[in-house]
Design a protein around this ligand. Structure first.
Ligand code: PGA
Length: 257
């Protein structure tokens, strides 16, 4: 009896590329972008778009039945109640969301989100069947002060502490704050060093570190994606600006697949 040949990626983590639209889009511009994504193929890569929540109904309609998943950019740590303006993970699940970004540096900086709150949001997402994408990353001042590992270790540590074994259900995104929207990308070697540190931290905590996906984010473009994704501990990307243009985002997704 002949044996089934092993897939080329056997034993490896499936690459994941997530678009973070941030507060961008309009009903008219989303339609063309989503149609292009639905028609595209991405090789082995899993692809998802995290959109402003008000568009989730339209996005679910446009992407339904295709290969591209969708999600949101934040969720409440609470299940329901008197939290004006908040959106629960259960509500996101009702709209077919697969992923939700938690602890993006813009939310940490502009909305004062603490490491503990981010961990609680990740717990709420997991409880309702969503995959939280837990963002960590240092500022330029922290990097220059040699505190990168201390900062991302503290941010990841809060999630590990609260989630315990449930940490195996998350995706981590390393996004150096100084690289977000600035056009300054971490070099593949700089990013790889932090990813390896994060994976080691997960291993020491007893997590399934070999199968957990760690994405890189921060000025990923069509022309630097392949080099970043070639690093052994970089399992795909969280893409901001370049996820708003179909051709650029599709090229980045293909670089991962
Ligand atoms: P950028 O954003 O790709 O525009 O740098 C990445 C992010 O903030 O997730």
């Amino acid at each position: 009896m002949s044996e089934t040949p092993a897939s080329p990626r056997a034993g490896k983590r499936r690459p994941l590329v997530v678009g973070n639209w941030k507060m961008n889009g309009s009903s008219a511009s989303n339609e063309a972008l989503l149609a292009a994504l639905k028609a595209a193929s991405f090789g082995d890569a899993e692809v998802s778009v995290c959109v402003p929540a008000v568009y989730l109904h339209d996005v679910a309609d446009a992407l339904h039945g295709g290969a591209v998943h969708w999600g949101a950019q934040d969720c409440s740590s609470h299940d329901s109640g008197a939290y004006t303006g908040e959106i629960s993970a259960a509500m996101l699940a009702e709209f077919g969301c697969c992923h939700v970004i938690v602890g993006h540096s813009e939310r940490r900086a502009l909305h004062g989100e603490s490491d503990r709150l981010v961990a609680e949001k990740a717990a709420a997402a997991l409880k309702h069947g969503l995959v939280p994408i837990v963002c960590v990353g240092e500022t330029l001042a922290e990097r220059e002060a040699g505190q990168t590992e201390a900062v991302v270790g503290r941010q990841l540590g809060a999630a590990i502490e609260l989630l315990d074994k449930r940490i195996d259900g998350v995706v981590i995104a390393y996004e150096p704050v100084w690289a977000i929207g600035t056009g300054k990308t971490a070099s593949p070697a700089e990013a790889q060093a932090v990813h390896a540190f994060l994976r080691k931290t997960l291993a020491v905590a007893g997590a399934a570190s070999a199968s957990l996906r760690i994405l890189y984010g921060g000025s990923v473009k069509a022309d630097n994606a392949a080099q970043l994704f070639a690093e052994p501990d970089i399992d795909g990307g969280l893409i901001g600006g370049a996820s708003l243009k179909a051709a650029d985002f599709i090229a980045i997704c293909r670089a991962a697949g």
